[in-house]
Design a binder for this molecule. Structure first.
Ligand code: ADP
Ligand code: MG
Length: 378
């Protein structure tokens, strides 16, 4: 349809090299990656919604775009799906340039946050819809629909209308409707965003299970860091249209490449000592009891400025004598809420291991960092 496949923009020399992190693990080994984005850019007037994004996603990966609202996640997904035409750069699916193809010519399906079910159709008809459009035989349609509804545990609901389902069930119908088409890639835009926390956590586990079962490549969008860390094989952290860091969940959490990632994927906890700036995760900082050994720990004195009791754990905000403050999280193994709250105002000693710190440069907007400078202070 479009005859103007945009050219790939040359790399901005001021942009960090993502190095191997931008490349999927299996991608190099022969088969092309399922998705390759090169220099992908989209502008709306003065806003650069997506800014020269480079990305490779391997076959069967559960890949998450994580970032705050407005960071360009949805726009990226819409360009992969073909709903949006990039201003520059391109999209490849399994080695084929699809930048100029219409959405229905791409082996991609999308699950939207609002489910976008047809309200007047039954669950069965909703799920079969894509197969009908493609003139799949009736027997095949029924077989695939039954399989898909089994997979999302809605076998008994085929004749219901969407209005007769709960939010979680509707979400499952939307998922069944997408996987029934057996797309190569499934794009999911905050699919659990409308669900309450309990259901969301349950659906996270189910979704991950289903993805493993069907072997479809998932590109998942969320602003929820815990969701991203729980579900993904790899995560790309986005900010203002750019990718700040790509990596496995543990790497992104434990070795954030800059202050933005550190603060968005957790609590930023940045200190400056002797001209060096570093971050340390709250669960790696201990409140040291009197008489307790401090071998191998970096120790500092401070005062507990604030306490918030959260049932399973308590968060302490400690103002340090040497300047700055750290959030410290402690599991409530023996501590009661009263004991935790009594700590407010107390002078304390805290400590952490040097290998749990990550060096951090200041980052105006958080992007002139290289992800290679994140070796802990050893
Ligand atoms: P996210 O999904 O991460 O919240 P989006 O991709 O929706 O972010 O938006 C990225 C930026 O592009 C935002 O600043 C948003 O306001 C802008 N934007 C997105 N879609 C449009 C549009 N159709 N028209 C104008 N601006 C848009
Ligand atoms: Mg969005």
């Amino acid at each position: 349809m479009e005859d103007t496949a945009p050219a790939t923009t040359p790399r901005d020399p001021d942009r960090p090299e993502l190095g191997d992190a931008g490349r999927s693990r299996e991608g190099a080994a022969g088969d092309p990656p399922d998705i390759r984005l090169s220099g992908l850019t989209k502008r709306y007037g003065d806003v650069v919604a997506v800014d020269a994004v480079e990305l490779e996603i391997a076959r069967g990966e559960f890949f998450t775009l994580l970032g705050p609202s407005g960071s360009g996640k949805t726009t990226t997904l819409r360009m992969i799906a073909g709903f949006e035409v990039p201003d520059a750069g391109g999209v490849e699916l399994a080695g084929r340039d699809v930048t100029a193809l219409a959405p229905y010519d791409r082996e991609v399906n999308t699950v939207f946050q609002d489910y976008a079910l047809f309200p007047h159709m039954s669950v069965a008809d909703n799920v079969e819809y894509g197969l009908r459009v493609r003139k799949t035989s009736r027997a095949e349609r029924e077989r695939r629909r039954t399989d898909a509804l089994d997979m999302v545990r809605l076998s008994g609901y085929a004749s219901r209308k969407p209005s007769e389902l709960s939010g979680g069930q509707r979400q499952r119908v939307a998922l069944a409707r997408a996987i029934v088409n057996r797309p190569r890639v499934l794009l999911l835009d905050e699919p659990l965003g409308a669900l309450d926390l309990k259901l969301r956590e349950q659906m996270q586990v189910e979704l991950k299970g289903i993805q493993g079962e069907v072997g479809i490549t998932f590109v998942y969008v969320t602003h929820d860091q815990e969701e991203a860390l729980t579900m993904s094989d790899r995560v790309a952290v986005m900010n203002e249209g750019r990718i700040e860091q790509i990596g496995e969940p543990a790497a992104v959490y434990e070795r954030p490449s800059n202050r933005f990632v550190s603060g968005f994927v957790g609590v930023s906890n940045v200190l400056e000592r002797g001209g060096r700036r570093f971050t340390v995760r709250p669960e790696k900082v201990r409140l040291i009891e009197s008489g307790e050994g401090t071998d191998g720990l970096q120790v500092e004195r401070g005062r507990i400025r604030d306490v918030s009791y959260a049932g399973m754990m308590t968060r302490y905000l400690v103002e340090l004598e040497a300047g700055g403050e750290l959030q410290v999280v402690r599991q409530n193994l023996e501590t009661s809420s009263a004991e935790a709250l009594e700590q407010r105002g107390r002078e304390v000693t805290i400590g952490w291991r040097a290998e749990h710190t990550v060096a951090m440069k200041e980052d105006g907007g958080g992007r002139e960092e290289s992800s290679n400078e994140d070796e802990g202070e050893r």
